[in-house]
Design a protein around this ligand. Structure first.
Ligand SMILES: C[S@@+](CC[C@H](N)C(=O)[O-])C[C@H]1O[C@@H](n2cnc3c(N)ncnc32)[C@H](O)[C@@H]1O
Length: 317
C-alpha cells in the first residue's frame, strides 16, 4: 500500500485515471500524472469512496470504448459521438496526440477570473484516451470549471505579497462561496499576507494572525486587523463574531485537528478552509480524521503542493 506522502509527492496534475480492475498496480504510476478517478464500465458502478480517493477532484465515467484501426478512423469515430474532445493521456500518448491533431481544434485554457460565487463552466466536452495502441475509451460529457481540475487564474502579479493567494482563490471557486461583506474571518498563519489580501476583498472583517510580521500594505487594507500572536493561543477563548476559520499555518495536521475541533465545539457553523501540510511521512489517519468530520471534504487543489486542503461547509446556514 503506498503511503499518503508518496502519493501526494508524486501527484503532478489533479487527474488520476484508474480503471477499477487495475487499482493496485496502476495507482502509483498513474498518480504521477493525474488525480481524476475514471471508472471503467457501463454498469454505473463508481469507485468506492475511501481514503485513497480524497485527492480525486473529479470522477468521470467511461461511456464506451472504441477500436483504433487508424488515426483517421478513430477521429471520425469520436467526431460522430461529440464535437469537443480532450485527450487524457493514459497509454500510447503519442498516438493519442495524433488523434487530437485529426480532431477539430479546441481551446480550453481560458484562465478564470478571481473567484466569484458562480465561476463559469467551460463548454461541455468529453475526455478520450488510449488504454492500448489498439483501443481507446471515451467519457460521458463533462461539465467542469477546469480541464483536468487544473484551475488557472488571471494572476495579480503586483499586489498579493505571496502566490499562496491562488490556493484560496481556487478553494473559493471550487466551493462556489466567498466570505460576504457582513462576515468575519480569522486567517491563521497569515504572513506574508496573500490570503489576507484575498479576504480583504470579500469579508467585512478579517483577523489576520501570525507570529511573524505581515506586509504593511496588506495590514492597511479595509477591514484587516493584524494580531501578532500564536494561533494556538486564540482558541477556544475567542468570543468575538466569526463566520470563517482559515489556516495556512505550517504545523502538524494532528495539531491543527485539535485546534479546529476546539473551535468547532464552540462554533459548529464555522466555515473552514485549512491547509494540511505534510513534512516527510504523513499518515492516512490524520487525513481521515479531517475527512470524517461532518460536512467536510479533503481535496488536493491544483495549487497545493505537498499538502491537502480541508474544507468544512455546514449545510444548514
Ligand atoms: C505558508 S505561510 C502562510 C502564507 C499565507 N497564507 C499567505 O498567503 O501569505 C505559514 C505561516 O504560518 C505561520 N505560523 C506557523 N505557526 C504558527 C502559529 N503557531 N501561530 C501563528 N502563525 C504560525 C508562519 O509564521 C508563516 O508565516
Amino acid at each position: 500500500m503506498p503511503t499518503p506522502a508518496s502519493i501526494i509527492k508524486s501527484i503532478r496534475a489533479p487527474v488520476l485515471i484508474l480503471p477499477v480492475d487495475r487499482l493496485d498496480t496502476e495507482l502509483q504510476r498513474e498518480a504521477r500524472y493525474r488525480n481524476l478517478a475514471l471508472h471503467r464500465g457501463p454498469e454505473n458502478k463508481w469507485i468506492s469512496e475511501d481514503s485513497l480517493w480524497v485527492w480525486c477532484e473529479e470522477k468521470i465515467r467511461i461511456e464506451g470504448f472504441f477500436p483504433i484501426e487508424s488515426i483517421q478512423k478513430s477521429a471520425t469515430h469520436l467526431k460522430s459521438i461529440d464535437r469537443r474532445w480532450c485527450h487524457l493521456p493514459f497509454d500510447s500518448f503519442r498516438r493519442g496526440e495524433l488523434i487530437v491533431e485529426a480532431l477539430p481544434k479546441q481551446r480550453f485554457e481560458t484562465p478564470l477570473a478571481p473567484p466569484t460565487v458562480d465561476a463559469p463552466l467551460i463548454p461541455q466536452f468529453r475526455y478520450f484516451g488510449l488504454i492500448s495502441r489498439d483501443e481507446g475509451f471515451y467519457s460521458s460529457p463533462v461539465n467542469a470549471r477546469a480541464r483536468f481540475g487544473e484551475y488557472t487564474f488571471l494572476e495579480n502579479k503586483s499586489e498579493p505579497p505571496s502566490r499562496a493567494y491562488l490556493k484560496l482563490w481556487e478553494a473559493f471557486t471550487r466551493i462556489g462561496a466567498v466570505p460576504r461583506s457582513d462576515e468575519t474571518v480569522v486567517d491563521l498563519g497569515s504572513c506574508p499576507g496573500g490570503w489576507t489580501w484575498v479576504l480583504a476583498h470579500f469579508a467585512g472583517k478579517t483577523y489576520s494572525v501570525d507570529g511573524a510580521s505581515i506586509t504593511p500594505e496588506v495590514s492597511r487594507m479595509p477591514g484587516v486587523e493584524f494580531l501578532k500572536k500564536d494561533a494556538f493561543s486564540l482558541a477556544p477563548v475567542w468570543d468575538g463574531k466569526i463566520d470563517w476559520l482559515l489556516s495556512d499555518m505550517i504545523c502538524d495536521p494532528a495539531r491543527l485537528f485539535e485546534l479546529v475541533t476546539r473551535w468547532l465545539a464552540i462554533k459548529p457553523k464555522l466555515k473552514c478552509v485549512c491547509t494540511l501540510k505534510f513534512k516527510g511521512e504523513s499518515s492516512f489517519e490524520a487525513i481521515s480524521r479531517f475527512q470524517n468530520l461532518p460536512n467536510s471534504s479533503v481535496i488536493h487543489l491544483h495549487h497545493n503542493k505537498h499538502e491537502l486542503t480541508w474544507i468544512h461547509l455546514p449545510t444548514d446556514e
